[in-house]
Design a protein around this ligand. Structure first.
Ligand code: PEP
Ligand code: MG
Length: 923
């Protein structure tokens, strides 16, 4: 499709030569040839809109130029550019550099995806010492002519030759001072003429002739290039070169734009918005990009160039007022008509740049407008109502990840921020409160009605009460699947984790901020922004965007698509929840069930003491006693959860984490003992502490994540399995006798061999049968397993013979497939890996292709031996839109994610289905 053509013409007079016709490409395909700007200019011209003529040099030419070390390997390309220039001159009946009536062009970048302000632009190209006179003669405006020339010299010198921009600004300022004037516009034609000479001297002095022999003569003397062909070639090279400037590289990384796309260069006839009061320039959106209202939105400036609008040096006028200026009214009417034409043509809200030159309107750019989530929803729904797009298209128009903006409080976008540190954006939303360094303090403040932020090195299960009490959580260690992150997301609490600049000293109740003099003390107020990872000093105003009915509408449309079996396969959405409140929230957000109830989260608070006494008890009697107490507590939990989720599946996972997570920290205990010894505590007082430390030490493991956890716990401590299954089965039986319809399923974690499941299943089934008999019920509870170890994925065919369902635990599967410690690597080195492109993205956030291979192997194996097996995902990737697309293609039955991500997943599930079925059907 790209062929060997390097240059495509566009303009109302260039029919048949623009890229959409010449290359037979659609606008979307053309973007990858001549960039977004080039494709849309060609398209606007094709549909008859007034576009200044020009030509685009392809992105592929840029890629070849960059790979050859910023050189032209193929001189035929330069010939093609030359031919396009000559053609443009012919079309315009003017020549670059002409002494009587010169043609001037702009040279701009334009990549396939918009990268605003990241690359270079040169305006007014074609001016030189003689053509400036021609421009003056043509416009009868010496001031305009010299101003254009001095701007060109300034821009060319800085952008193309890398001369420090300040040298020109300083010269301009000195001139204004000398003249006693404030503004550039107060300088006369003569002043600007003098400045043009001064700028040429700066050029001659600061450009290195050895580095740029093109602008030096045989003796090495440098002068500003007078040959417009040379100006053009150098400007094109500079724009191509700017694809790889540091700013552009960073922007691509942040926006996940591939580095190998290249940018096009658009060479376009200049039009001027600064030719007096009948000229103007502006930017506009066809609708309001902030809230979606169907109104003209944007600004313009009379007698100005495009840059002046963006730079904000003069106060702009609202776009609607164009009609109030008699000299601009006709162009304004035409512009607003074009808004309609563009919306009809592109069937979307568009972003526009225009110039009015002496009353004549010119369209300089259009592209699909960027918008907030609120606006995206409203525009999509309105356009469906206006019959511009179908329901399916409306669903595809909303970026699911953006919906987060509507579900959590955000920083007021107008607020000034004193950013102290940046960590991982672990759980979206913003929170303001007093710094506290312990969970107890958080609870104390919450009781007094004082909002607080819990600041910890890393949280542990013991911190749950503090996390619940606090408005937000901030840690200096741990990644996006660390304890703090997972729990915060589950609760919908804002969380920034792994903010490494914080040096927390919880004993002194202070945190130093590395690289600054700031020390945070308990009680200082901070704001955290879990959407971006920023930690801000002081209280920032928060805004909670209204949850309009639009979100509900789009989700109901999404659900209709998902439930329509005539359109093919579905992917369901469940939630990860482990308490009745979260279960209720999940239902409210439209979850079809609970895909993961982590029972360890039910063993916190005072129950921690009980499980501790079980783990540490050295006599069977004590162990049984502890289990008895836990049984009562767990049964109570399940009664409530199953009732809230009546009629819907609740997958209860048996205890999973390393047991030491329930025990006291041996280092803290040793410190306690040392302090007691210092105080002269007696042997008797010390004995229980020492005994406790001995028993905890005896349980310590070098790699707890790979140690005694998951199903291994159940095998070594069958009493725990017994207690949990009894609690689940009894709660089920009791609710059934009350006429309810509980639907629990039991999930065994961290299986690596089929035999582990075989043995545990037998134990679980026997217990269920026992309890069923006791209640005279035919009690069957499906039993399944997590697939979260590579061996389990590879042996899925064997394991599936004994499982009613699989649930992919991609947190552990990613950890074990990569050999990455999930709690350590995200802040320790994943950022470096991303920067150095060792990884394209964080695999704990978005499903990794290698891990996906394991998922596919397991799905295939599982279905081979058990065609009815239900397969879901309950790791963090289950709530990530990009991963959900992959899971849909894999044939996964459902994803399960934190309650707040359920709406996002519902929308993505519908999008995945629409895309898999050939995309949206049009109107
Ligand atoms: C997983 O490993 O993906 C999972 C859901 O389990 P957890 O995060 O509780 O280990
Ligand atoms: Mg796991």
């Amino acid at each position: 499709m790209t062929g060997t053509k390097h240059v495509y013409c566009f303009g109302n007079d260039a029919s048949g030569t623009d890229v959409t016709e010449a290359a037979g490409a659609t606008v979307d395909e053309a973007k990858f040839i001549v960039g977004g700007k080039g494709a849309n200019l060609a398209e606007m011209a094709r549909i008859g809109l007034p576009v200044p003529p020009g030509f685009s040099i392809t992105c592929q030419t840029c890629v070849a130029f960059s790979s050859a070390g910023n050189r032209w390997n193929d001189s035929a390309v330069l010939d093609e550019i030359d031919a396009a220039r000559e053609d443009l001159e012919k079309r315009m009946g003017k020549k670059l550099g002409d002494v009587d009536d010169p043609l001037l062009v702009s040279v701009r970048s334009g990549a396939p995806f918009s990268m605003p302000g990241m690359m270079d632009t040169v305006l007014n190209l074609g001016l030189n010492d003689v053509s400036v006179e021609g421009l003056i003669a043509q416009t009868n405006n010496a001031r305009f002519g010299w101003d254009s020339y001095r701007r060109f010299i300034q821009m060319f010198s800085n952008v193309v030759m890398g001369v420090d921009a300040d040298l020109f600004e300083n010269a301009l300022t000195s001139r204004k001072l000398a003249k006693g004037v404030k503004s550039d516009t107060d300088l006369s034609a003569d002043d600007l003429k003098d400045l043009a000479s001064e700028f040429k001297e700066i050029f001659a002095k600061h450009v290195d002739g050895k580095k740029h022999p093109e602008v030096a003569d045989a003796t090495g003397k440098v002068s500003f290039p007078q040959d417009p062909k040379l100006q053009l070639r150098l400007a094109i090279e500079a724009v191509f070169g700017s694809w790889n400037n540091a700013r552009a590289i960073l922007y691509r990384k942040q926006n996940k734009i591939p580095d190998d796309l290249g940018t096009a260069v658009n060479v376009q006839v200049m039009v001027f918005g600064n030719k007096g009061d009948t000229s103007a320039t502006g930017v506009a959106f066809t609708r309001n990009p902030a809230d979606g209202t169907n109104e003209r939105y944007g600004d313009f400036l009379i007698n100005a160039q495009g840059e002046d609008v963006v730079a904000g040096i003069r106060n702009t006028e609202p776009i609607a007022d164009l009609l109030k200026v008699p000299a601009l009214k006709k162009a304004g009417k035409e512009l607003f008509h074009i808004f309609e034409v563009l919306e009809d043509h592109y069937r979307d809200m568009m972003d526009i740049e225009f110039t009015i030159e002496q009353g004549k309107l010119w369209m300089l750019q259009t592209r699909v407008g960027k918008r907030t989530a609120l606006s995206a929803l409203k525009v999509a729904l309105d356009m469906e109502k206006e019959d511009r797009i179908s329901r399916e298209e409306a669903i595809l128009r909303v970026d699911p990840a953006q919906l987060d903006q509507l579900l959590h409080p955000q920083l007021d976008p107008r607020a000034k921020l004193d950013v102290l540190a940046t960590g991982l954006n672990a759980s979206p939303g913003a929170a303001v409160g007093e710094v506290v360094f312990s969970s107890d303090e958080a609870v104390k403040l919450a009781e007094q009605g004082r909002p607080c932020i819990l600041v910890r090195w890393e949280t542990n299960p013991d911190d749950l009460k503090g996390m619940v009490a606090a408005e937000g959580i901030l840690t200096s260690h741990g990644g996006k699947t660390s304890h703090a992150a997972v729990i915060a997301r589950g609760m919908g609490a804002p969380c920034v984790c792994g903010a490494e600049a914080l040096r927390i000293d919880a004993t002194r109740k202070e945190a130093r901020v590395a690289g600054t003099k700031v020390v945070l003390h308990e009680g200082d107020v901070i704001t955290i922004d879990g959407t971006t990872g920023r930690v801000v000093l002081g209280a920032v105003a928060l805004v909670r965007p209204d949850l309009t009915g639009d979100l509900e509408t789009i989700l109901s449309w999404a659900d209709e698509i998902c439930m329509d079996s005539s359109r093919g396969r579905n992917i369901g959405v469940r939630a990860n929840a482990d308490n009745p409140a979260d279960a209720q929230l999940s239902r409210d957000f439209g979850a079809e069930g609970i895909g993961l109830c982590r029972t360890e989260h039910m063993f916190l608070g005072e129950r921690k003491q009980i499980i501790q006494s079980f783990i540490l008890a050295e006599s069977e009697g004590l162990k049984e006693n502890a289990l008895g107490q836990l049984l009562d507590a767990q049964k109570g939990d399940f009664l409530k959860m199953f009732e809230v989720m009546n009629g819907k599946t609740v997958i209860v996972r048996l205890l999973d984490p390393p047991l030491h997570e329930f025990l006291d920290d041996p280092r803290e205990l040793a410190c306690d003992i040392a302090r007691m010894e210092e105080r002269g505590a007696s042997k008797e007082e010390l004995a229980p502490k020492r005994d406790l430390l001995r028993r905890i030490d005896a349980m310590s493991e070098a790699n707890p994540m790979l140690g005694l956890r998951g199903c291994r716990l159940g095998i070594l401590y069958p009493g725990i399995v017994d207690m949990q299954v009894r609690a689940i089965a009894t709660a089920t039986a009791e609710l059934r006798s009350r006429g309810l319809d509980p639907q629990p399923e039991i999930m065994v974690p961290l299986i690596s061999t089929a035999e582990e499941l075989v043995q545990l299943r037998e134990q679980i089934e026997n217990l269920i049968a026992d309890i069923g008999a006791r209640f005279s019920l035919d009690l069957t509870i499906p039993i399944g397993t997590m697939i979260e170890l590579p061996r389990a994925a590879l042996e899925a065919e064997e394991i599936a013979k004994h499982a009613d369902f699989f649930s992919f635990g991609t947190n552990d599967l990613t950890q074990t497939a990569f050999g990455f410690s999930r709690d350590d690597v995200e802040s320790a080195f994943i950022p470096t890996y991303l920067r150095r492109k060792i990884l394209a993205y964080n695999p704990f956030e978005t499903l990794d292709t290698g891990v996906n291979k394991l998922v596919k192997i397991a799905l295939e194996g599982g279905h081979a031996s058990n065609p009815k097996i239900v397969c879901g995902v309950c790791g963090e990737t289950g709530g990530d839109p990009e991963s959900i697309y992959m899971y849909y293609d894999d044939g996964v039955d459902y994803v399960s994610c934190s309650p707040y991500r359920v709406p996002i997943a519902r929308l993505t599930a519908a999008q995945a289905k629409i895309k898999a079925n050939g995309g949206a059907q049009g109107r």
